[in-house]
Write a protein that binds this ligand. Structure first.
Ligand code: G
Ligand code: G
Ligand code: NA
Ligand code: MN
Length: 253
């Protein structure tokens, strides 16, 4: 069997699941959100992270179905947490395929309505590569979602080639600084300077900034000291099943 055939079976058998990674407000350490990250309960290979299959899934038409499932599942989970008194904003990664097909705004609105969530309870994550391939006319669904109050984050920020003018015309609410710049922020002068530039870019565009891949209190302090609003990384928690995230959120609320 090829990986693509296995992925097709996985979609049919419901073998995917979502893990969640905490997102923290650096000013007070509270958990304000969680990013949903795909996992595959493979019948013989065990629990697989996206590294094992994303390259094939992304290039396949199945990506649209898996992406729609993840959007619905993340909204369901967000509504459950909200019901438990934890109004976390849920981050959902989008596949290029989901933007290529029309009707993304309708699908997002329907998922929110199905689970009784306000538009602000959701943040869609897009990579620079996806963003750069979009013509102005293809941005209309995202503009509508942005106007409704849904978050739109630029993922892996700093690793691509998005120009200032691209960033300006794209309907964004947040930049996610890629973890490659965070790793040595406390020790490497250049990484410190790059992060400062990314943060000032965010400020000038009126966007919030979240840093990914925070693993140490030194990295956290360096980011907070430079005015970064939010963070995500192993320091706060790895991607985990929903029940574990709930327990952690209750402790960090
Ligand atoms: O879960 P992990 O930490 O290994 O994530 C690896 C990559 O897989 C990340 O870059 C993330 O953006 C991507 N990814 C995880 N879940 C999803 C998903 O549901 N949809 C899309 N499009 N990408 C995902
Ligand atoms: O969407 P994105 O590609 O940024 O997904 C985040 C990826 O980074 C996932 O693979 C996740 O497991 C990983 N990750 C999240 N936090 C950390 C961290 O603190 N350190 C490292 N090395 N990886 C992380
Ligand atoms: Na992401
Ligand atoms: Mn990222």
């Amino acid at each position: 069997r090829t990986l693509e055939e296995e992925l097709e079976r996985a979609v049919e058998n419901g073998e995917f699941t979502l893990f969640y990674q905490p997102q923290i407000r650096l000013a007070d350490g509270r958990m304000t959100g969680a990013e949903a990250l795909l996992r595959w309960h493979h019948p013989s290979r065990g629990l697989l992270a996206p590294g094992a299959f994303l390259h094939v899934l992304e290039a396949s038409p199945l990506a649209g179905r898996v992406g729609d499932w993840a959007l619905d599942q993340a909204c369901r989970q967000g509504a459950a947490w909200r019901g438990a008194g934890l109004p976390l904003r849920i981050g959902v990664n989008l596949f290029a395929e989901q933007l290529r097909l029309s009707g993304l705004d309708g699908k997002v609105e329907a998922a929110l309505r199905r689970h009784g969530l306000p538009p602000t309870a959701l943040e869609l994550e897009l990579t620079e590569t996806i963003v750069l391939r979009k013509a102005d006319s293809q941005l209309e669904p995202l503009r509508r979602l942005h106007a409704m109050g849904t978050g739109i984050a630029l993922d892996d920020f700093g690793t691509g080639y998005a120009s200032l003018s691209t960033l300006k015309r794209f309907p964004l609410t947040r930049l996610k600084i890629d973890r490659s710049f965070v790793t040595e922020i406390a020790t490497d002068r250049h990484d410190g300077a790059i992060v400062e530039a990314l943060l000032s870019l965010g400020r000038n565009l009126g966007l919030e900034v979240i840093a990914e891949g925070i693993e140490t209190v030194e990295q956290e302090a360096a980011l907070r000291g430079r005015g970064c609003e939010a963070g995500q990384g192993y320091l706060y928690g790895q991607p985990m099943p929903p029940d574990e995230l709930l327990a952690l959120a209750q402790a960090r609320h």
